[in-house]
Each structure stands twice: as C-alpha cells, then as structure tokens.
Design a protein around this ligand. Structure first.
Ligand code: AGP
Length: 587
C-alpha cells in the first residue's frame, strides 16, 4: 500500500506535499516523510506515526519534493524505515513490494554499500546510483528492469535539479498538470484542484516532471501521448460534515446510497451478455468477499446459476478451472486490491467474461474488465468498509435479478425498491446497540452466528468488530459451532445471532441455546418479533421485515454500528485501525 506524492512548482513544496499526504493517509499511516531539493542538497523529515507528525517538515524550503505515507511491509514502522530513502545522489519514495530485494541487497552489499533501513524500497536508491550515467530516465528504466514485484516510485536526483522521475508497475500513479506546477500521487484526491488536469500512468510507463511540463514514456523509452482523465472534484473532498468520524458519516449515508442503486444504467448494457452465462465465479477480499457470499445465494436462488465465491488471494494461486460461459465478477470497493486484480486477470485469461463491481470509476480493475458496474457509494474514507458493502449488495442483488430475467426465470421484482426506506428504519432501530457495548468491553472474544444469508451478515459483523475494536471475534455458521468452537464460549462471551429467515430461525436458535447454556450473553438482530423477547436474549434489535435473501443489506447495519461504538469505547480511532489501510495494493 503506502501513498506517494511529488510536487514541482513555484510554491514551497513541503506544505503542498504535506496536504497531499493527508489525503492519502487511507493508504497507510504508520510513518511518513518528505524530501525536498534545495541548493544542491536534500532536506528530509521523517517521522513514525501519522502524517500529522510531519508538522515540522512544513517549514522546509525548496520548490521540488517528494513525500510518502507508509503501511509497513518490510521493516517495522519506525522512523529509519520511513520514506524517502536517500542514497548518495538519489531520494526515493516507493509504493509496492520489491520481491527480489534480498538478492539485490546482497549484490549492493557485495559492492561495499551500506543500508540504513530494513525496507525493500531502499534498494531502489542504491540501484539508481549504480545505473546513473547522466540520464535520470535512462537510470530509472534500467533500475526498473532489475526489479521484480510492484512499484510506483518517485525519484529526485541531485544532479538533475527540478526534475521528478516516476515509474509504475502494478501500483497506481497519477500526474497532475496545473498552472506552472506539476504533481504526482498515488491517487487523484491528493492532487485534485481546480484547473489541474490529471493523467494516469499505465502499466510499465515512466514520466518526467520538469519545469517545461510532464512527459510520458513507454517501457521502451518511446514518448507516449496521453489524454487527461475525468474526475469529480466534489467527490474528492473528504469532510466529516459534523460527524465525529468518517465511519459514522458513512454509515449514516447508507439509505441514500442504497436509493442510488435503483438507477444503475450500466446493468441494461450488460443484460445481453447475461443470457449465455452458465456459471459465475466471484473473487474478492475482506468485506467485498462477504458481499460475494451474499450474492452467491441470490444468484443461485433467483437465477439458478451455480456460483463459486473465492478469496482472491487463494484463487490467484489455485489453478482455477474456468469452464466456457463463465462470468467472473471481481468485487472491490477501491478497484486497486492487488489480489483481486490478479485473480480477475487470471479468470479473464482463462476465458471468463470479466465484470468489475467497484466504487471507483477510473481504477485498475475497471481498466482490466470487460464490463464495469459502479456502486455509487461516494468516496469511502474510513478503513472499515460500511456503505460500500451495502451498495455492493444492492448492486449484486439487482444483477442477480437481471441474470434471472436473462435466464427466463420468474422473479417477484420490486422487493429491492423498498430497501432504502427499510434501511432508514433499520438504522434507527440499530441505535439500540449502544446499550450492548458494556458486555463487549469485558469480553475476551465475541461470536456472530447465522444460517443462510444471516451467516454472511454474521461474517461481516464479526470482521467489522475485530477490525476496529481489536476484540477477537468469529463469524460462525450456527450449526457448525458445536463441532469444536463451542469450547471457547463461557460466561464472558457475547454472542450476536442474526435471525431473519423464519424457515431457519428455530434451527439457528438451537445454536443460540447451546451458547446460552454455557453462560453466553445472547444478543439478537432479527426481523422476527417472536424471537426478540425470548428469555435467553439480553437485548434485541428488531428490524423491519424483508425478503430473507436480501436481508444482509439491513441486518448488517446494527452490526456495523456495534463495531463502531465498541471501538470508540475502547479508545480506538475507528477510521484508522492499527496495522490496516484502506487500499491493499500489495500482496
Ligand atoms: C473492510 O472493512 C476491510 N477494510 C477490507 O476487508 C476490505 O474490504 C478489503 O481489503 C477489500 O478491499 P476492496 O473492496 O477495496 O478490494
């Protein structure tokens, strides 16, 4: 992951870089740094911790510089591992992983070169120093050809003042061209401003930012002409708008986001391609994987099309069988998740029609896919996905209906139209979970149980809780608990059961009983009033009734809220949970 920025213009670079880094913090926030070039030398400030720790860097002079916010892969999140990494004439910031770092480092060491960090990135500065023969682009191309892995890099060279060299492979990088100034960044928001034209570097491309302008080059060094990409300035200004955290704001937006999914125009364009689909393979990670699990049930129930859902990191190394007429769906909020991209590419390479379901219109995933559907959730800043999950569900449910229609199956269309209004009711009812928090504060672990679609919601509720509260938690199929995991349940264990399918409710409640008998504190998220008041239950959230197939889009609301309140009560920052980042662009 990590975020990189670059600036060359007439303003002092450091404050511009600092502002850019703050907008990239969603990519990582365990250390940060800035290097500017001034009078033939680098001035560098690096700090462990968040970008705000770099406050002192803002006073640096110099009109040309690079910056970095880190999510540690190689080397602990401490100051000496923070970027930029400088070696002799070069300063480098890097997003990605250099997989052959070990060999390259040994090679450098054998030449008598010493390293000052444990990172894989530092080796890039050493190679540049070896490869430089008075031509920065040439050196960067040569160095890049020796790297195995992924990178977006920005480079300063003391011998070529007022130049920033850029390279990209498997990690995103954009260039901004404004009035008399040039920018580079891992993502558009870091450089988006009125009058700035944004250009995306493609796989294997290079760029040079000089006072005369930006030039782009293909891998073989030949010049490339580029058109600017369109972006929405409004959408790129993340503000909390009076909410305490982005996560709280994003949860509050869910009903509105769901109502937008009624107008997914691209679905109609996809319809003719759905008739021939004989199976579906969904690849995704984390929360998006849970969306896939929910969608599988809808695809199979409504369209009777066999659907497999695989964690993308497993799919990509699993030698998957992709029979003819397979629709592969890659689900990804960011559209930049490295494992999802690799899995999607593999599925497409093996003959599948590739559909991207993403929240980001100009992402690596949309560039790869045959078709794209946009979740229209608006920018999501909090690391914990909330509104994007609900939006993915709505879109995938609508896709399931479209697939069913294409297959000539009868469906009761219209049920989804009520979901946005029901979500408002569910969000109101879900406020009750605040009262559950004390039971989670004294717990060693929590469990989330469900069957069918409720199991999928339970998985997501559990992921949310562990991700931002750091309380160990398991989402479990209600019937599976007794096959081993029940051994973990004791009087300190809160158990949250999701119960929205009357046909399965009594069976799920058996499992609830088994935990209750071991002293567990039972909480319920249900659409079934007859269970809400049962003696075994400490407290229930009663949701409005909806088709159980689609219920995760509602039942997850109180679970998201529960995670949020437990996180705050434990003194955490729910927007920036430890060890995580919003966009996982490395393996
Ligand atoms: C969700 O709360 C997580 N932060 C994480 O699991 C996330 O869903 C996953 O990394 C996938 O991201 P993507 O949707 O951008 O591909």
């Amino acid at each position: 992951m990590c975020g990189i920025v670059g600036y060359l213009g007439n303003r002092n670079a450091a404050p511009v870089l600092f502002e850019g880094l703050k907008k990239l913090e969603y990519r990582g926030y365990d250390s940060a740094g800035i290097a500017v070039m001034e009078r033939g030398a680098f001035s560098v400030v690096r700090r462990a911790g968040r970008v705000s720790e770099l406050g002192g860097a803002v006073s640096l002079g110099g009109k040309c510089g690079i910056g970095h916010t880190r999510w540690a892969t190689h080397g602990a999140p401490v100051e000496r591992n923070a970027h930029p990494h400088c070696y002799k004439r070069f300063a480098v910031v890097h997003n990605g992983i250099i997989e052959n770092e070990h060999l390259l480092r040994e090679e450098c060491r054998a030449r008598g070169e010493a390293f000052s960090s444990d990172t894989d990135s530092e080796v890039i500065a050493h190679l540049l120093e070896q490869d430089y023969e008075g031509d920065l682009l040439g050196a960067l191309r040569k160095t890049a050809s020796r790297l195995v892995g992924s990178y977006a890099v920005a480079v300063l060279c003391l011998d070529e003042p007022d130049v920033i060299a850029l390279a990209r492979r498997a990690s995103p990088l954009v260039v901004g061209v404004g009035e008399g100034e040039l920018f580079a960044a891992s993502d558009v928001p870091a450089i988006a401003a009125a009058g700035v034209r944004v250009y995306a570097l493609e796989e294997g491309e290079f760029a040079l930012l000089r006072r005369e302008g930006a030039s782009f080059y293909a891998a073989d060094g030949s010049p490339v002409r580029k058109e600017p990409v369109a972006y929405d300035l409004e959408d790129d200004v993340p503000e909390k708008k009076g909410y305490r955290h982005f996560m709280e704001k994003e949860m509050a937006e869910i009903p509105l986001v769901l109502s937008r999914s009624a107008s997914v125009g691209e679905l109609a364009a996809l319809a003719p391609s759905l008739c021939g689909v004989e199976r579906v393979q969904i690849v995704a990670c984390g929360t998006a994987y849970h969306s896939g699990l929910c969608a599988k049930r809808a695809f199979e129930a409504l369209a009777r099309v066999p659907t497999e859902v695989t964690v993308a990191s497993e799919y990509r190394y699993g030698d998957p069988i992709v029979p003819p007429h397979t629709l592969a769906i890659a689900v990804s909020q960011s559209g930049e998740t490295a494992d999802t991209l690799a899995a999607a590419e593999l599925a497409r390479g093996r003959g599948a029609l590739l559909l991207a379901v993403t929240n980001v219109r100009y992402s690596s995933l949309t560039a790869l896919a045959d078709f794209s559907l946009f979740t229209q959730a608006g920018r999501e800043i909090a690391v914990a996905a909330t509104k994007s999950f609900n939006a993915q569900l709505m879109l995938l449910y609508r896709l399931a209906e479209a697939l069913a229609e294409a297959k000539g199956k009868k469906i009761h269309a219209g049920a989804l139209d009520f979901i946005p209004r029901l979500a408002e009711e569910a969000a109101r009812a879900g406020g009750k979970v605040r009262g559950w928090v004390p039971h989670f504060l004294g717990a060693r672990a929590a469990f989330f149980l469900g069957r069918g679609a409720d199991y999928c919601a339970a998985l997501e509720g559990s992921l949310k809780l562990k991700e931002i509260s750091y309380l160990p938690s398991e989402g479990y199929a209600a019937g599976e608990l007794k096959h081993g995991t029940l051994a973990l349940v004791d009087r300190t264990t809160p158990v949250v059961a999701v119960l929205t399918d009357r046909a399965l409710a009594e069976k799920t409640f058996n499992a609830v009983h088994e935990t209750y008998a071991r002293g567990a504190k039972v909480f319920l998220v249900t659409t079934l009033p007859e269970y809400a008041e049962r003696d075994e239950v400490v407290s229930s959230v009663l949701l409005p009734e909806c088709d159980p197939l689609f219920s995760p889009v509602l039942s997850v609301l109180p679970l998201q809220a529960l995670a949020y309140y437990v996180s705050i009560a434990r003194g955490n920052d729910p927007d920036k949970p430890r060890n995580l980042a919003k966009s996982v662009t490395v393996e």
